[in-house]
Design a binder for this molecule. Structure first.
Ligand code: DCP
Ligand code: MG
Length: 436
């Protein structure tokens, strides 16, 4: 049974009262501070949409991103010299039905999703659902370029932006001129239009009183949609959603909640805070109660510093440390070079170098080592990572190899610290592998 919301329980009220569609807070009818309006923007089928810019002839067709680059290169090689990418006939592109391997789908276009295909699905399984779907590889350089470009468009319009990864950001609309109009819809429309003009890409935006609700709202009307959520929409639009829609409730917590008969956010809200604390612990239980009631006061943080950076690859076939030594060695070196390149391009150095292995039976092993001086040098990374590798059992075939740099600092900060001779203040706390 979902609890009925009453004014006293609804979030975001305090001394403010809402008045009319202008969404200004008022006290005794006098307009005061603007109401907090937070947007979450998420690009639509991002990796796939970036490829469609290059191959517009594929627009509207089912297409997935996944698999290696070779197939596409081979397919496109036989074309007449001077062919423009946009002129390549659709028949020249690889199809899912011809894919053999263990790759998983990174993302799928919306027409492909209609066949039930989605992220993380095995390519061969997806081929059964939609054999005719086209397959293209990821081009990370291109992805990063468009990621930077859309974020730049956002900050030119609304400077308070939090970078949440390659294709999503939070934006604080509260103080932006026009940010309150129609609950944020006017500004969201402007941002959507400006991103489309600058990049040719579409995105979806949710605007709500906080990050928690905005993140849910951006999914309501995907692709190319805008959803405006007000605090008064909690019962009608948020409570019917499954608990998994809350950013932070993962599969394990969800399973436990379901075990208690709690499937929707409304059912979560109906539980006593104390009951949640007794069953999920003090901080998780209290947090669950807050989110179920739509409460979240986390600020939009403009500069988020990464704790670590990593690169990893799943092999086409399992490799053995002895029999496939040369091949593994080459891949390992390339991973270290790519990681060094990522660090240098983004202006970071680090001190904790680690490796990750996944064995043929999917077990994972990680090791790391912290060195004296900050580095972003490929050879140093390769050397220390090599030492880490010696500390893991290597009898079993390997499925995946990863290299990671932790304890990051900005290169310029590290340089300054090296001159004054005290590195402690910039060491990142984590020595585990949270991002792998
Ligand atoms: N991605 C990935 N591995 C995953 C999921 C996603 O590499 N398991 C990549 C590919 C996506 C991009 O991250 O294009 C953004 O992820 P989203 O979850 O936002 O998915 P999309 O942008 O592709 O689709 P949507 O329109 O649902 O946002
Ligand atoms: Mg997306």
């Amino acid at each position: 049974m979902a609890p009925a919301p009453c004014a006293a329980q609804l979030p975001f009220h305090g001394s403010r009262t809402l008045k009319g569609p202008a969404d200004k807070a008022t006290i005794d009818g006098v307009s005061t501070v603007p109401i907090r309006r937070i947007a979450h923007l998420d690009m639509d089928a991002f990796f796939a949409s970036v490829e469609l810019l290059r191959y517009p002839q594929l627009k509207g067709l089912p297409m997935v991103i996944g698999g290696g680059r070779r197939k596409v290169d081979e397919a496109l090689r036989g074309l007449p010299a001077g062919s423009a990418l946009a002129d390549i006939p659709i028949e020249a592109f690889p199809r899912l039905k011809d894919y053999v391997g263990r790759g998983v789908i990174t993302t799928a276009t919306y027409p492909a999703r209609q066949f039930g295909i989605g992220s993380a699905m095995g390519m061969m399984k997806a081929a059964k659902l939609c054999p005719q779907a086209l397959v293209l590889p990821v081009d990370f350089e291109e992805i990063r370029k468009f990621s930077r470009r859309f974020k730049q468009v956002v900050t030119e319009i609304a400077p308070l932006m939090e970078d949440r990864g390659v294709d999503e950001v939070y934006i604080d609309f509260t103080e932006v001129p026009g940010g309150q109009r129609e609950g944020g819809r006017v500004l969201a429309r402007l941002i959507q239009k400006s991103i489309l003009e600058a990049t040719g890409l579409t995105c979806s935006i949710g605007v709500a009183p906080n990050k928690l609700l905005a993140k849910m709202a951006s999914e309501f009307d995907k692709p190319n949609g805008i959803s405006i959520v007000y605090e008064r929409d909690l019962e009608a639009r948020i409570w019917p959603l499954p608990c998994r829609k809350v950013n932070g409730i993962g599969p394990k917590a969800d399973e436990k909640l379901q075990g208690h008969g709690i499937r929707t956010i409304g059912e979560l809200a109906a539980r006593d805070r104390d009951w949640l604390i007794a069953n999920f612990g003090k901080s998780t239980g209290a947090w669950m109660h807050e989110v179920a009631w739509g409460r979240d006061d986390r600020p939009v943080v403009t500069e988020s510093e990464p704790v670590s950076m990593s690169r990893e690859t799943t092999f086409e076939r399992d490799l053995h440390a002895v029999r496939d030594r040369a091949e593994l060695g080459t891949i390992f070196t390339q991973l270290c070079e790519k990681l060094a390149d990522d660090l240098q391009r983004k202006g970071y150095v680090g001190k904790t170098i680690g490796i990750k292995l996944r064995y043929g039976d999917f077990r994972i092993a990680t090791r790391d080592q912290t060195i004296e001086a900050f580095t972003a040098d490929a050879r140093t990374i390769r050397q220390v990572a090599g030492q880490c590798l010696k500390r893991v059992p290597l009898e079993q075939p390997l499925r995946l190899l990863g290299v990671r740099m932790g304890a990051l600092a900005r290169a310029e900060d590290a340089a300054a610290i090296a001159t004054v001779g005290g590195a402690r203040s910039v060491e990142a706390p984590s020595r585990s592998f949270p991002l792998f």
